[in-house]
Design a protein around this ligand. Structure first.
Ligand code: SF4
Length: 358
C-alpha cells in the first residue's frame, strides 16, 4: 500500500500496519460496512487528506473531550488526531487568548466551506446569549459564524445534540442544540453523555472515505450508531424475557447480573450501540457494570426519562417472552410523548400499515 499520509505517520509513532488495518476493520464494522470496504477505508486514510477541524466548547462539562482523550482500540484518539488537522480546541490547544481566537478566525476565512466543526455543549439563547461568552463574543455568534461557513458540523454529546442538562427544566439560560441555534446547516448529531469516541471516529472515517456523511435517522443521528434498540442488544435481555429482575441494589439478582428494568433501566426506550462497542477499551458499559440505562442518547432525557430510578410505565413483555418490537410498540402507545424514538415510530408505523393492508 503506497502511503504518504496517516499510515506513514502512525508507523513513525510505533503503530504497526497490523494495528492500522485492525483500526480500518473496526471502523468498517462500526459503520456496518461489508469487509470488502476495509481496503477502501485504508486507501482513503492513507492519502493523507486531512480536513481542518474547529472544536468549539460552550455550555458543557468537557466530558466528550475527556472521552476522546481516553479512547483506545488500539489508539483511536491518536489515529483520530492524525486523521484531522485540529486547528482550534480550547481545552487541548497550546495557544491562548488572542492567538487562539486568531487560529479559529483563520480557518473560517481561509478554509471557508471546506472545514469541519465539532461542537460540544449547548448554546444559550436567552437575553441575547449573554450566559456563555468566549473572548467577548457569545456562543450563539461564534456558532453561527463558524458552523455557518463549514462543510459539516458534528454536534457531539447530548448537550450539543439536544440542549442536554443546560436545557433541562426550567432551562434558565434558554439553552438549545446546535441545530436550533444555527438552523439550516448540515448537522450530524452524536448524542450520549458522553459520546463514544468510536462513533465520532467512524463518522469522520466515513466522510474521509466516501466524501459524505453516514445515513441519518429523523433526529440526524447516524443509523450505524443509533439505529438499534439498547434493550434488543443488551446482554441482560434473556433475564427480562424470563422475568428475572433486580429488585434492590446489591441483592442476589443484582450480583447475578439479572435485568435492571425494575430499577429504572430505560434501555427499552433508547437507541444506541453502547452494548456492542462499549467503553474503556471495549470492556464495559453502564448496564454491564450494574446500572440501568438513563437514555442519554434520547432527546430531552433529563426531563422525559426521569426519575431515573423509577421503572418505565407499563412496558409489556417483562417475563412474557415477547419480542422487542412488541415492547417498543407498547411503550409508544402508552408514553408516546416521552419516548419519541425513531425505532419505536417505525415499529408503530409498520404495524399500522400492516393492519391497513390486512
Ligand atoms: Fe437490559 Fe435494561 Fe432491557 Fe433489562 S431493561 S434487558 S437491563 S436494557
Amino acid at each position: 500500500m503506497k502511503d504518504d499520509g496517516l499510515y506513514t505517520k502512525l508507523l513513525q509513532r510505533g503503530v504497526s500496519r497490523r494495528d492500522f488495518m485492525k483500526f480500518c476493520a473496526t471502523m468498517a464494522a462500526a459503520l456496518a460496512l461489508p469487509s470488502l470496504e476495509v481496503a477502501a477505508i485504508a486507501k482513503a486514510l492513507g492519502k493523507g487528506r486531512k480536513p481542518f477541524v474547529v472544536w468549539l466548547e460552550f455550555q458543557d462539562c468537557a466530558g466528550n473531550t475527556e472521552s476522546l482523550l481516553r479512547a483506545s482500540n488500539p489508539t483511536t484518539a491518536e489515529i483520530l488526531l492524525d486523521l484531522i488537522s485540529l486547528e482550534y480546541h480550547e481545552t487541548l490547544m497550546a495557544p491562548a487568548g488572542k492567538q487562539a481566537v486568531l487560529s479559529r478566525e483563520n480557518v473560517v476565512k481561509m478554509q471557508k466551506g471546506k472545514y469541519l466543526v465539532v461542537v460540544e455543549g449547548a448554546i444559550p439563547m436567552k437575553d441575547d446569549g449573554v450566559y456563555c461568552c468566549i473572548g467577548g463574543r457569545t456562543a450563539k455568534d461564534i456558532a453561527r459564524e463558524v458552523c455557518g461557513n463549514a462543510a459539516m458540523t458534528i454536534a457531539i454529546g447530548s448537550c450539543a445534540s439536544w440542549g442536554g442538562l443546560p436545557a433541562a427544566a426550567p432551562n434558565p439560560t434558554g439553552a438549545v442544540s446546535v441545530q436550533k441555534a444555527v438552523p439550516g446547516i448540515p448537522v450530524v448529531n452524536l448524542p450520549g453523555c458522553p459520546v463514544n469516541t468510536e462513533n465520532l471516529t467512524a463518522t469522520l472515517v466515513h466522510y474521509l472515505t466516501y466524501g459524505t456523511i453516514p445515513e441519518l435517522d429523523s433526529s440526524r443521528r447516524p443509523l450505524f450508531a443509533y439505529g438499534k434498540n439498547i434493550h434488543d442488544l443488551c446482554e441482560r435481555r434473556v433475564h427480562f424475557d424470563e422475568g428475572r429482575f433486580v429488585r434492590a441494589w446489591g441483592d442476589d439478582a443484582h450480583r447475578k447480573g439479572w435485568c435492571l428494568y425494575r430499577m429504572g433501566c430505560k434501555g427499552p426506550a433508547s437507541y444506541s450501540n453502547c452494548p456492542t462497542i462499549k467503553f474503556n477499551m471495549n470492556t464495559s458499559w453502564p448496564v454491564q457494570a450494574g446500572h440501568g440505562c438513563i437514555a442519554c442518547t434520547t432527546e430531552g432525557h433529563w426531563d422525559s426519562m426521569s426519575p431515573f430510578y423509577t421503572k418505565l410505565p407499563n412496558v409489556p413483555g417483562a417475563g412474557m417472552g415477547l419480542t422487542v418490537k412488541k415492547v417498543g410498540a407498547g411503550l409508544a402507545a402508552i408514553t408516546a410523548a416521552g419516548f419519541a424514538a425513531h425505532g419505536i415510530r417505525r415499529v408503530v408505523k409498520a404495524k399500522k400499515e400492516k393492519n391497513k393492508s390486512g
